[in-house]
Structure formats: C-alpha cells, structure tokens
Design a binder for this molecule. Structure first.
Ligand SMILES: *[C@@H]1O[C@H](CO)[C@@H](O)[C@H](O)[C@H]1NC(C)=O
Ligand SMILES: *[C@@H]1O[C@H](CO)[C@@H](O)[C@H](O)[C@H]1NC(C)=O
Ligand SMILES: *[C@@H]1O[C@H](CO)[C@@H](O)[C@H](O)[C@H]1NC(C)=O
Ligand SMILES: *[C@@H]1O[C@H](CO)[C@@H](O)[C@H](O)[C@H]1NC(C)=O
Ligand SMILES: *[C@@H]1O[C@H](CO)[C@@H](O)[C@H](O)[C@H]1NC(C)=O
Ligand SMILES: *[C@@H]1O[C@H](CO)[C@@H](O)[C@H](O)[C@H]1NC(C)=O
Ligand SMILES: *[C@@H]1O[C@H](CO)[C@@H](O)[C@H](O)[C@H]1NC(C)=O
Ligand SMILES: *[C@@H]1O[C@H](CO)[C@@H](O)[C@H](O)[C@H]1NC(C)=O
Ligand SMILES: *[C@@H]1O[C@H](CO)[C@@H](O)[C@H](O)[C@H]1NC(C)=O
Length: 608
C-alpha cells in the first residue's frame, strides 16, 4: 500500500529510478525512500551513502532501523533532526564535514544503539548534544578535531558502553566530562596533545574495563595516573613517546592485559608492573628494549603471554621467566637476539607459541631445545632461521632430523688459556690484577669467585672487570686467599684458582698513608724514611723497658715516655711526609729489617 506522496514520486521518477533502486518498496513502507537513498525494506535500511547530501533528508521511512549517511557533505545537525525515527537502531554519519551538532539534535532516537560520527570536523561537542539517547551503547567520534571535553558532555548516556574518541586533538578533558557514564566499559582516547593523564575525569568511570590511549604525548607516566579504576582489566597505550613509567604509575590497577606498543621504553618497567599479579597478557612490542633480566617477572604469577616484537632485544637472561608456571607464548621476533636458552623459562612444557624469527641467531647447542620441542610449538608461520652457522646459514634448522642436529648445532666447552699458577704476594695498599682468558663456542662468560665462594661483581674495590680480569685495589690483609676464575657456556665450564697474599703495614706507615692520600700511595711503596729509623729505635728501647720493669709505676712512666715519643714521632712523620719521594730508602728498609719491623708494629698496636 503506497501513500499518496509515494505514488506521486514513483510516477515522477519513472522506470529508470526503479532499475537503480532495485526492489526497494513493499507494502510495509510508510514513507517514500528519499532521493538519492536506496531503501532495503527487508533490513529496514536506508542507504544514503555517497549521495552528495548537504543536509539530512527531511522525510525518511518511520520504521527505519539503519540509516547510512556516510560519505556526504552534511555540515550540521539541527535540533530534533531525527525526531520521528523512534525505531532507528544504527545511525552512521561517518565521513561528512560536520562542524556543528545542535543541542538536542538526537532527541527522539529512543532506540538508537550505535551512533557513528567519525571522520568529521567537530571541534567541540556542546553539552546536551547527546541528550535523548537512553539506549545508546556505542559512540564513535574518532578522527575529528575535538579540543576539549566539557563537563557533562555525556550526561544521560547511562547505557553507553563504548566511546571511541581516538585521533582527536584533545588538549583538555574537564574533571566531570565523563559524569553520567555509569555503564561505560571501553574508552578509546587520543592523548597526543594532552599534557597530563585525565586522572580526575577517569575516576568517574567506575565500570570501565578497557582503556585505550592512542598517541599519548607524555614521556613519563606519572604516579597514581589511573587510581580508582578498580574494574579496569585492559590498558592499551600505543604510539607514544613514553620513555618510562614511574614506580607507582599503575598503582590501584588490577589488570589482566597491558599493552604499551610503539612507544619509547628502553627497559621493561618491572617496578610499576610487579603488583599486577593477575596479569595474563603483556605486550611491549616496538619499544627499544634491550634486555630481559633474570628473575624479575617472578611476581607476575599468572602471566601467559609476552609479546616483544620489533624491539632491540640483545639478550634474554637465564631465569627471565622463572616463576611463570603458566607461560604459554613468547613472541620476540624481529629483535637482535643471538640465542634463547631453555634456562630462561620456568618450564618449557607449558610453552605453545614461540616467535623467534628475524633474529641473528647463533646456531649452536643452545637452540637444540627448540628442535626437541618442535612438535609442541607453533612458530606463528615464521620458523627461526640461522644466521651465524656456516653449515646452516639460511636453513630452517627445524628441517633437520633429530639425528642430524646434534652434529650441526654444536658447542665447544670453555677452556681457560695461558693457564699458569698465579700466586701473588703484595704489600698492603697495592693494586693487583689477575688475568683470565677463555675460549669456547659460544664465547664463555667469565666470573670470579671470592675466597668466601661468592661471585664478585663489576663494582667495588675487588671487582671482576669486563675483559675477564680480576682487580683488587688497595689490597688489604683480609683480601688474602684463593680466588677462582670460572669460564662457562652452554657446553660446560672450566675454572682456575689464583691466590693472593697481602703483607700488612706497620701502624706508623698508616698515618703516613692517611696524610699522603690514596692516590700517591700505590705508586710509592710504604714510605719509611731515615727519621722513622730513629723513632723505630726508640720504640724498641721502650719495648725492652716495658719488659724489664714490671712494677706498676715503671709501666706508667714507660707509657708516659712512650706517649711523649709517640707524639714526637708523629710530628716527625708528619714533617717528613710532606717531603716527596722516598721509595728507594723504603725499599732498602723493607728488605733489611722485615721481621723486626712487623713485630714492632704489632706491639705498638697493642699498646694503643
Ligand atoms: C550503500 O551504498 C553505497 C554506495 O552506493 C554502497 O557502496 C554500499 O555497498 C551500500 N551499502 C549497503 C549496506 O548496501
Ligand atoms: C554505510 O555504508 C558504508 C559504505 O558506503 C559502509 O562502510 C558502512 O558500514 C555502512 N554503515 C552501516 C551502519 O551499515
Ligand atoms: C596536536 O598535536 C598534533 C601533533 O603533534 C599537532 O599537529 C596539532 O597541531 C596539535 N593540536 C593542537 C590543538 O595543539
Ligand atoms: C625516544 O627516545 C630517544 C632518546 O631516549 C629520543 O632521541 C627520541 O627522539 C625518542 N623518540 C620519540 C618518538 O619520542
Ligand atoms: C624517566 O626518564 C626521564 C628522561 O629520560 C628521566 O629524567 C626521569 O628521571 C625518568 N624517571 C624515572 C622514574 O625513571
Ligand atoms: C583482580 O582481578 C581478578 C581477575 O581479573 C579477580 O579474580 C580478583 O578478585 C581481582 N582482585 C581484586 C583485589 O580486585
Ligand atoms: C609474532 O608477531 C608477529 C608480528 O605481529 C606475527 O606475525 C607472528 O605470527 C607472531 N608469532 C607468534 C608465534 O605468535
Ligand atoms: C683488563 O683491563 C685491566 C684494566 O683496564 C687491565 O689491567 C688488564 O690488563 C686487562 N686484561 C686483559 C686480559 O686485557
Ligand atoms: C661446572 O660444571 C660442573 C659439571 O661439569 C657443575 O657441577 C658445576 O656446577 C659447574 N659450575 C658452574 C659454576 O657452573
């Protein structure tokens, strides 16, 4: 049944229009299909896409469920524009040139579920523009030029679950911009021109599950940026200049999924992450991260997936994923890894997906485990290839059989070169360097073990240098003992002991040392001058006297005399200390009265 107006139009437009529009009309159509739209009465869809429209057609079929106005030249929406379309479910206004939405433009759209306004030229959304949309679930305002979100912009949108507002120029989000969004679950924002995370505004979104920041312009994520988002499960930050995350930046969150992609992180943000014990998915792809250190993921007990594609990874340490008993996927393709050792994983049995392609892999025994686990692993379409093995270059080493491989993926046990017994005797205060060169395939790592059987670090007075040597600076008597150099690689280890003896100084020389400072000391041997010889003899006399007279009185007087001379000798030393260079006499005195010297010094110490 056609209404009069419809019949009129039908006659006007004639057969050509009929051909173009197809079988567009049925008895259910209440109003005509406006030109140049195409109406599908089965789906109750009016498709006005690409129709050169500058305004929304005035007359539209009342029972329309889908209205497609994309790719037109609509510039504004006036008040109560869609008043009659009470059945409309989906309104698509993407790709127009809209600059203005009047207040109450959508009044009457009481069934509307999705509203798309992407790729327009909106700069501001007036408060009240979205009034009268009680069922709206999805609002897409991405790729506009919106500068600010004012207070109460989204009031009354109590059913709204998704806001997509990425790719805008938002500079400011007012504190109560999101008030009223009591059902909002997912929010996509553009942070390119934001100078701060809109923490206050976000606290209004108690039900938020998923927050996406596209292009976050900050370099550091501040502390407590996402507080009060207790229900947030997924946080995605992409294309940003973030260089680091403050220690408490993720405080208050209980995420299961975290993505920080295409940013500028140079290290895995272990500290901000460590409380996220429900985290299952972590994506740090396309960040210039260089290392994954051992034992630092341990608290993320439930972590199943780590994606770090396209980074700058040079090394994944042994124990990197220790404690991760459910770890299922590791994607580190397109990095700079030379190997991935089985010891990195808590247990390789849980691993199902491994992305290791496009790394300069050294094909040696460290990768044998990959071959052995091959039946249980999925390589994402790109199996790993060898870069540094002559025989295997360019081959998918997975193509070789189990029997062939142990001969191809080989390692050579480390061997310490120039092995000769190293036993060094030095005077206290000297610096000693022990060398340890080792060869093997892969190049072995050299560690030094102290006499207390503790590994020595590269910092401190006694340190393991990066070239494999051990340096003991300003040797002290307590440093004496046997040190071990251990060279180890995937194939095994080799070790070599060295021993150090340190001869203590006399106490008087220590004074000298303190006066002259650390820097002068190692070059000049323990300075003992001619003046000291005098004080020396006096001291010996004093010792004799102390032993000779045992009465209390004499002891006291001896003490007194000693003190006198002591202070005198102190003065003398102080005096001579300023005279530069006395090494020759020092050496001769060292060689001469060695035993005497030591004994006396020990005695003096006791007396004090
Ligand atoms: C709507 O019309 C456009 C332009 O004619 C066409 O490309 C598109 O496929 C149509 N969409 C539907 C859902 O019919
Ligand atoms: C409207 O039409 C365009 C193609 O012209 C299509 O891409 C879009 O998905 C349609 N929108 C709806 C809601 O069907
Ligand atoms: C927002 O940032 C983009 C890219 O940095 C810039 O081109 C644009 O001018 C900025 N807009 C405003 C309003 O600051
Ligand atoms: C990333 O950081 C480096 C230095 O840390 C800087 O030179 C570079 O411009 C940064 N890149 C971006 C996109 O912010
Ligand atoms: C983050 O990086 C900036 C610049 O590189 C630096 O000044 C700041 O101290 C870093 N903050 C933290 C918490 O590491
Ligand atoms: C954190 O999230 C997990 C699951 O996502 C949930 O089981 C747990 O109760 C949450 N913990 C808190 C403190 O909300
Ligand atoms: C790793 O990521 C790359 C790029 O996203 C993808 O092509 C590949 O399939 C992934 N590999 C695995 C094992 O998931
Ligand atoms: C290692 O470096 C130290 C100090 O830089 C040097 O004394 C030592 O000779 C070096 N050892 C080797 C084997 O090059
Ligand atoms: C060296 O290898 C032996 C077995 O060959 C092993 O028992 C020992 O723990 C290894 N030592 C180190 C420090 O790796």
């Amino acid at each position: 049944m056609f209404e009069g107006i419809a019949v009129h139009q039908w006659l006007c437009c004639g057969a050509l229009f009929l051909l173009a529009a197809g079988v567009a009309f049925s008895s259910e159509t209440r109003r005509s299909c406006p030109q140049p739209c195409r109406c599908n009465t089965v789906l109750q869809e009016v498709n006005c896409s690409d129709g050169q429209l500058t305004t929304v057609p005035n007359i539209l079929p009342q029972n329309t469920k889908i209205l497609n106005l994309t790719h037109n030249k609509i510039k504004s929406l006036v008040q109560q524009q869609f008043q009659t379309l009470t059945k409309l479910l989906h309104l698509d206004l993407n790709d127009n040139i809209m600059v203005l939405i009047e207040v109450e433009a959508f009044i009457g759209l009481q069934s509307l579920i999705t509203l798309r306004l992407a790729r327009n030229h909106l700069k501001i959304i007036h408060v009240g523009a979205f009034d009268g949309l009680p069922k709206l679930k999805l609002l897409d305002i991405s790729r506009n030029e919106i500068l600010v979100f004012l207070d109460f912009t989204f009031r009354d949108l109590t059913a709204l679950q998704f806001i997509i507002a990425a790719d805008n120029d938002v500079v400011f989000i007012s504190r109560r911009a999101f008030t009223g969004l009591t059902s909002l679950q997912e929010l996509h924002l553009d942070g390119c021109n934001l100078t701060a995370v809109p923490t206050e505004a976000l606290t209004q979104l108690g039900e938020l599950r998923s927050l996406h920041f596209h292009r976050l312009g900050l370099t550091t994520l501040p502390n407590y940026a996402f507080r009060q988002l207790e229900h947030l499960k997924e946080l995605v930050i992409s294309q940003c200049c973030l260089e680091n995350l403050s220690g408490n930046s993720l405080f208050g969150l209980n995420l299961t999924s975290l993505t920080i992609r295409n940013c500028n992180l140079s290290a895995v943000p272990y500290t901000p992450l460590h409380h996220l014990v429900y985290l299952v998915f972590l994506d740090l792809s396309f960040n210039p991260i260089t290392f994954i250190y051992g034992n630092l993921f341990g608290e993320l007990l439930r972590l199943q997936e780590l994606h770090l594609v396209g980074g700058s990874l040079l090394r994944i340490d042994i124990g990197a994923f220790r404690g991760l008993a459910h770890f299922r996927l590791l994607n580190v393709s397109r990095n700079l890894l030379t190997t991935l050792e089985v010891g990195a994983f808590h247990s390789v049995d849980t691993l199902r997906n491994l992305g290791l392609d496009n790394n300069p892999l050294a094909c040696d025994c460290r990768l044998l485990w990959v071959v052995r686990r091959q039946p249980y692993l999925e390589f994402g379409g790109y199996p790993p290839t060898c870069r540094t093995s002559v025989q295997l270059q360019g081959w998918y080493f997975l193509d070789f059989t189990e029997a062939e491989l142990p001969g191809l993926l080989t390692c050579r046990q480390p061997r310490i070169l120039n092995r000769k017994p190293q036993e060094v005797r030095v005077d206290q205060g000297h610096t000693v360097v022990f060398e340890c060169n080792a060869e093997g395939d892969p190049v072995p790592s050299v560690t030094w073990i102290s006499p207390q059987l503790k590994p020595l670090s590269p910092i401190g007075r006694i340190r393991a240098l990066s070239n494999g040597s051990l340096e003991v600076r300003y040797a002290q008597p307590m440093d004496r003992g046997a040190y071990f150099c251990v060279a180890s690689n995937a194939a095994g280890n080799d070790s070599m002991p060295v021993s150090l003896h340190v001869r203590a100084f006399p106490a008087s020389s220590k004074k000298n040392l303190r006066l002259k400072g650390w820097f002068v000391f190692p070059s000049a041997s323990p300075g003992v001058s001619g003046d000291q010889h005098i004080s020396f003899d006096v001291k010996t006399l004093l010792v004799a006297a102390t032993i000779g007279f045992l009465s209390f009185f004499s002891s006291v007087s001896v003490c007194f005399i000693f003190m006198l001379f002591w202070s005198k000798s102190k003065g003398q030393i102080k005096h001579t200390a300023t005279i530069a260079y006395v090494p020759r006499s020092a050496e001769s005195s060292n060689n001469g009265g060695k035993g005497n010297y030591m004994e006396t010094s020990r005695f003096t110490m006791k007396l004090i």
